[in-house]
Design a protein around this ligand. Structure first.
Ligand code: AMP
Length: 219
């Protein structure tokens, strides 16, 4: 099962990708999480990415394609994976298609999640994450525990540096300019679906599960 979750920042890709990953036992590949981990570990990649992420811009296609190529070659990806936050440019989509061809993988299912922009801004400004495992906290659906520690791993719960209003606007601008055109790239193929993400998490998840079931029944 090869899935691409597509959509603007804050539509719920990370939340849904985690749930799908658990349900179908395939890894969630979040390029944002990978870059944040590299920053925490102070690797060369982390040093390069830190300022770019803080500005709300995109890390270069070459770097991202290298990262994805390495990640999807890992043994845990042999039965599939779910991409969250990749591809974000046409060049990344083209590079990914090439990698799929080289590895003789089946065409991925692309699911776009759509949420109105005013809701996205509200969600992102109030979002907090565990700095260790990336778990997502939200005042309404998953409130922060009183001790400010992640119940799963004990990590500190923090606000992402790029979840401030100025950077959020920049990220949305970058999304419209560089990432939205990728939608047309995938719309041309038959396994493209658009769903409404402005609903409770379980309802969005159910729709994704229904799509996956129908695709695999057809296969
Ligand atoms: P995310 O956690 O998906 O919102 O990503 C956080 C930030 O990481 C983005 O604003 C970009 O700066 C960077 N990033 C994540 N994925 C990509 C990608 N596929 N291409 C370029 N930059 C990325």
């Amino acid at each position: 099962m090869y899935i691409i979750l597509f959509g603007a920042p804050g539509v719920g890709k990370g939340t849904q990708a985690k749930l799908i990953s658990q349900k179908y036992n395939i890894p969630q590949i979040s390029t944002g999480d990978m870059l944040r981990e590299a920053i925490r570990q102070r690797t060369e990649l982390g040093k390069k990415a830190e300022a770019i992420i803080a500005r709300g811009e995109l890390v270069s296609d070459d770097i991202m394609l290298g990262l994805i190529s390495e990640r999807i070659s890992q043994p845990d990806c042999k039965n599939g994976f779910i991409l969250d936050g990749f591809p974000r440019t046409i060049a990344q989509a083209e590079g990914l298609e090439k990698l799929f061809k080289e590895k003789k993988l089946p065409q991925p299912i692309c699911i776009e999640i759509v949420v109105p922009e005013n809701v996205i801004i509200k969600r992102l400004t109030s979002r907090r994450i565990c700095e260790k495992c990336g778990a997502i906290f939200d005042p309404v659906v998953n409130p922060i525990p009183p001790d400010n520690k992640c119940a799963k791993c004990g990590g500190r719960i923090v606000q992402r540096e790029d979840d401030n209003e100025e950077t959020i606007h920049k990220r949305l601008q970058v999304y419209h300019e560089q990432t939205a055109p990728v939608r047309d790239y995938y719309r041309k193929v038959d396994k493209f679906y658009t769903i409404d993400g402005n609903r409770p998490i379980e309802q969005v998840l159910k729709e994704i599960e229904d799509i996956l079931t129908s695709v695999f029944q057809q296969a």
